[in-house]
Design a protein around this ligand. Structure first.
Ligand SMILES: O=C(CO)[C@@H](O)[C@H](O)[C@H](O)[C@H](O)COP(=O)(O)O
Ligand SMILES: [Zn+2]
Length: 647
């Protein structure tokens, strides 16, 4: 079974350094999901923007996982708010890349709204189904950030369209699901709740004293850890403010990990400056150490060294850091928002507090830091909870289920469509078979009549509507031009729907019902044939043309379907296709006109006495057998009169 999948993550690459403004949870999510999917047998390609010209296009990152760097916009770092204009180029690159693959991706998994746009376009063009994890929703962000939100205004509209087109939407927590339902009205069973995860091999408890020694942290002071991206919405200022409410703040240290810079260069980070000013103004600067950006390998030591981990953002679609802290045995005090209120079990693995409420945070901090037994209890619960529900391995297993259900459904649809096609061929074959026996004799008569008409200096007028109009042109082209017989003269067949100017003027000014009758009157002569194609046999313009032809002493040959309609009562030779299906009828009609052409040419070529004459049409009047001498009465009508186009 083909298990190739493309993860699209336009700004967040698993290869990017973590902790910067635009790299965080999504980089981890994409990387860890890919790693686990590969261990489930998937071949994963991660498409992310090439933001450094030195990056090769393809990087084999892990066994079964490649990172594909997409040329879309300048090959340098840009804020994610500036990337949307390059997403069409992203789509074009992926399409080009995919065209070279031996097997198409079975599924696309988009991450973030702009990747969703890419996946939606690819689905439109290539029909590949897609899943999306938004990681953050535009409407929620706008609610919290207001004018500070710098994303293009189309974001929410694109999100909505993407949601409509997606085969499944992954909500990361119950709050995410509720936001999707409330703000985007998505509730038709498309949403699947699958949380984020952590890797037990990466995050596990380490002896506290050892961790502190390695990190050069105080061996006995109470350590509060704040770790993550340092942007206003993460509420680092809230944690700093809470220190001012702690009664025993001098025995407590707040360690802040994260930011754009490492420790030595932190002063260059404006957010650090802002936070430092705040700490100084509150008189708590001495209780804080800013550690700057750290490598991922170092994080477990920080989590393990801390007595409590704090995360109080304004909002948080999921929040991976509380999981990582619990996985290292550290209780969490988190804001009662987004995924944190789901991952942190209040009173069991930590506490939930309102965001932007430093006093409430201080209250819980004080309580937890002064109750060691409670910390031990929460440590045990936290370890159990995260290992039971939140490992990347479990996340990937749930994701695999979603992928399978979509691809099965998709294959089912494809198979269904395939069956429709096979059935249509079967149906057509059966109508053709039935038509063979039903029409063979009449076809011989019709072929002979047409041939005799030509041989007698007559002509054929042919008409029909819609598909039948196209076939009437088809018929005149074969006989006026060439069919199978080489070197014969053109035969006089006039398609009555070929004269667009006449048809439009007449139907515009007078009416549609006599467009053919008018032409029959002008062109028709006794002994000529009017050949009518109609699937219903009830088109008024066909019936009127037949009436006119009969008045002029012409022969009416019809090619019909269903019950033959009214036309069957007026025709001299009626070829009625035994089917009720208009398309099948038309398909047999094409075959019928080809057979008529074939019969005409055979007749012209085979009759020894006229073989030469057929090549030198028109024959001298009277030199040839007249049709009724061959044919006698065809369907009760004599067709012996001679004519030429000019009468
Ligand atoms: O080709 C199709 C349907 O397959 C149509 O264009 C179809 O020919 C038109 O509806 C005609 O107007 C039907 O007229 P008729 O066959 O009933 O005389
Ligand atoms: Zn048609």
């Amino acid at each position: 079974m083909n298990k190739t999948i493309a993860l699209i993550s336009e700004h967040a690459s698993p290869l990017a350094t973590l902790g910067g403004v635009d790299s965080g949870g999504q980089n981890i999510y994409v990387g860890e999901l890919a790693r686990q999917l590969a261990s489930l047998g998937y071949q994963v390609d991660i498409f992310t923007r090439r933001d450094n010209e030195k990056l090769p296009i393809e990087v084999q990152w892990l066994p079964g996982v490649r990172v594909i760097h997409v040329d879309a916009g300048p090959a340098k770092q840009l804020p994610k708010e500036a990337l949307f204009p390059f997403m069409d180029a992203f789509v074009a690159f992926m399409e080009m890349y995919m065209a070279r693959l031996s097997e198409p991706y079975r599924l696309l998994h988009a991450n973030f709204w702009m990747s969703g746009y890419v996946a939606m376009k690819l689905k439109e063009r290539l029909g590949i189904p897609f899943v999306i994890t938004f990681h953050a929703l535009g409407k929620v962000r706008l609610m919290h950030q207001g004018d500070a939100d710098r994303f293009p205004k189309e974001r929410c509209e694109v999100e909505l369209k993407t949601m409509e087109k997606a085969d499944a939407i992954i909500a990361e927590c119950p709050q995410d699901q509720a936001d999707l339902e409330q703000f985007y009205h998505i509730g038709n069973g498309k949403i699947r709740m699958i949380p984020c995860g952590f890797s037990p091999h990466e995050f596990h408890p380490i002896d506290k004293a050892y961790a502190r020694m390695l990190l050069d942290l105080h061996p006995t002071r109470k350590i509060i850890l704040q770790l993550g991206r340092m942007v206003p919405r993460k509420g680092v200022d809230n944690v700093i403010q809470s220190l001012a409410y702690l009664s025993d703040r001098y025995d407590t240290q707040l360690v802040i990990v994260g930011g754009e810079q490492d420790k030595a260069n932190l002063t260059a980070d404006p957010e650090y400056q802002r936070l430092m000013e705040l700490a100084t103004s509150l008189g708590v600067a001495n209780a804080i150490s800013f550690e700057g950006r750290k490598s991922r390998e170092q994080l477990k030591y920080f989590y393990s060294a801390a007595d409590v981990f704090v995360s109080t953002p304004w909002y948080e679609p999921f929040g991976i850091t509380p999981l990582e802290a619990m996985a290292c045995g550290t209780p969490v005090i988190g804001a009662k928002v987004g995924g944190i209120q789901y991952s942190v079990a209040h009173g069991k693995t930590g506490f939930l507090v309102p965001p932007k409420d430093p006093e409430a945070l201080a209250h819980k901090l004080e309580f937890l830091l002064t109750h060691e037994d409670l910390r031990v209890y929460m440590r045990r619960n936290g370890l159990r909870r995260v290992n039971e529900y939140f490992t990347w391995e479990k996340v990937a297993l749930q994701m695999d289920e979603v992928y399978r259900s979509i691809t099965d459904r998709h294959n089912g649809l494809v198979n269904h469509d395939r069956q429709v096609i096979l059935d249509a061929f079967e149906d057509a074959a059966s109508v053709f078979r039935r038509s063979g026996s039903a029409l063979a004799d009449t076809l011989l008569t019709a072929g002979e009549t047409l041939a005799d008409t030509f041989l007698n200096g007559g002509k054929v007028l042919v008409c029909g509507n819609g598909g039948s109009a196209a076939e009437s042109l088809h018929f005149s082209a074969e006989l006026l031009g060439r069919f199978e017989l080489p070197n014969r003269v053109g035969l006089p067949v006039i398609s009555l729907m070929a004269d667009t100017a006449m048809l439009t003027a007449w139907s515009n000014d007078i009416g549609f019902d006599d467009i053919f009758a008018r032409q029959v009157e002008a062109y028709g002569r006794p002994g000529d044939v009017l050949l009518c194609l109609s699937t219903s046999g009830n088109s008024k313009n066909i019936l009127q043309a037949m009436d006119k032809a009969k008045q002029l002493g012409m022969v009416c040959v019809t090619i019909l379907g269903k019950d033959g309609g009214m036309a069957v009562t007026k025709g001299d030779i009626n070829l009625v296709v035994p089917s009720e299906n208009t398309q099948r009828i038309q398909e047999v009609h094409l075959h019928v006109i080809h057979l008529l052409c074939s019969l005409v040419e055979r007749k012209l070529a085979d009759l020894p006495e006229i073989g030469q004459a057929a090549l030198n049409y028109p024959p001298p009047v009277g030199s040839l057998v007249t049709p009724h001498q061959h044919n006698g009465k065809t369907n009760g009508h004599h067709v012996g009169q001679k004519s030429s186009i000019l009468g």
